[in-house]
Design a binder for this molecule. Structure first.
Ligand code: MG
Length: 372
């Protein structure tokens, strides 16, 4: 089997609010075609126009290549060698960040192709299926008021969610507001549901320690990205001082960054995004690095049904997989890009046994939102 073509599809809602931290307003889809008529799909969470450039760029020299040229003619089954070829072929401007993001979408699409070719689900090919169903937490952008947050929590509990995360917006600006939010949500959600807060990296270590000690009384399951992603010392100080789980990692790409998060920042929960960290191939290495240290992994995912499918196969194939982020955004890209999305029922996503990622893209949605 040989790769014959690679399409980068930039999708964008007609109107987007760039002040809002909501990645479902646009996306980058990668579609890879082969000479055997099998195509695979992947997704990237990054800046779409930059992704298009990194993939489509003509080569400058032997270690400064566009990714598409490196990929054409390769056999998708040689996925580790391809990953390394792209990494080395883009070494002069890559190694982390945007090049790894672009490689992530390509890698997911290659796993989809392999699965379709041998008629097996991606989770099985990643090493085996540990979990047929995985708890999914409703991931919500925090509205301006606590009252609105309560209404959202009630809405998603009614839909069966057993875990809810609020993030960004007004969270982290004011200690009193944060405590009132947590205490109100806990009383509304009861004792048995998981509550998480995504702080949006606006605190310093000492403030985070004070807040974590108060959140502990309300059984907050994790605090996410309380500190700037580069404050590894601050994270270590925080993680060593409190009992509450500290989660981070959506900003990172490449396994070495996650090694630092484990060994230097002492994080409890890693959140690699499979559309950013280097794809499923790199994600598996990150997951086992955490597993070996008895640390948790819950993939970040705030895009469309393509990333939801990749994340579901990923968590299903991890021995320590237990939870998945599930955006409840009503963006048409999040809801309608995939015709047959991963099934959500009673608070859990259910792994599809269909070949590859088990999903199909709705061409009508693509045509409606495609940026030419
Ligand atoms: Mg986050």
């Amino acid at each position: 089997m040989k790769i014959t073509d690679l399409e980068v599809i930039y999708l964008k809602l007609p109107q987007i609010d760039i002040t809002r931290c909501d990645g479902t307003q646009d996306t980058t889809i990668v579609r890879i075609h082969t000479d055997e008529g099998i195509s695979g799909v992947g997704e990237i969470d990054s800046l779409p126009v930059v992704m298009k450039s990194i993939i489509d760029a003509p080569a400058s020299h032997s270690i400064a290549n566009g990714l598409k040229e490196l990929l054409i003619g390769e056999d998708p089954f040689e996925i580790e060698r391809i990953w390394n070829k792209l990494y080395m072929g883009a070494l002069y401007y890559g190694r982390t960040g945007p090049v790894l993001h672009a490689m992530s979408g390509i890698d997911i699409a290659l796993w989809d192709i392999i699965g379709k070719a041998i008629q097996r689900p991606v989770a099985q090919m990643l090493g085996g299926i540990y979990h047929e169903k995985i708890k999914a937490y409703a991931s919500l952008v925090m509205p301006e008021t606590i009252k609105e947050a309560v209404q959202l929590a009630e809405k998603y509990m009614a839909q069966g969610y057993r875990a809810i995360k609020f993030g960004w917006g007004p969270i982290g600006r004011d200690a009193k507001f944060d405590i009132e939010l947590v205490s109100t949500l806990r009383s509304v959600m009861g004792e048995d549901r998981d509550l998480m807060l995504d702080i949006g990296h606006v605190w310093d270590a000492k403030h985070a320690i004070r807040m974590a000690r108060q959140f502990e009384q309300y059984g907050v399951f994790w605090i996410e990205e309380p500190l700037p992603p580069d404050d590894l010392q601050g994270y270590a100080q925080l993680c060593d001082a409190v009992d509450i789980y500290i989660a981070a990692g959506e900003q990172e790409s490449g396994r070495r960054a996650y090694q630092r998060l484990l060994d230097e920042a002492h994080l409890d929960i890693l959140q690699p995004d499979l559309g950013r960290c280097g794809g499923l191939t790199e994600g598996k290495k990150i997951a086992y690095m955490a597993y070996d240290r008895n640390k948790k992994v819950v993939p970040h995912a705030f895009k469309t049904g393509v990333l939801v499918a990749a994340s579901t196969h990923f968590v299903a194939s991890m021995p320590h997989g237990f939870l998945i982020e599930y955006t409840v955004s009503d963006s048409p890209l999040a809801r309608h890009l995939v015709i047959d999305p991963v099934e959500f029922r009673d608070g859990y996503v259910h792994l599809s046994r269909k070949p590859g990622l088990g999903i199909e893209i709705d061409q009508k949605t693509v045509e409606l939102y495609r940026v030419k």
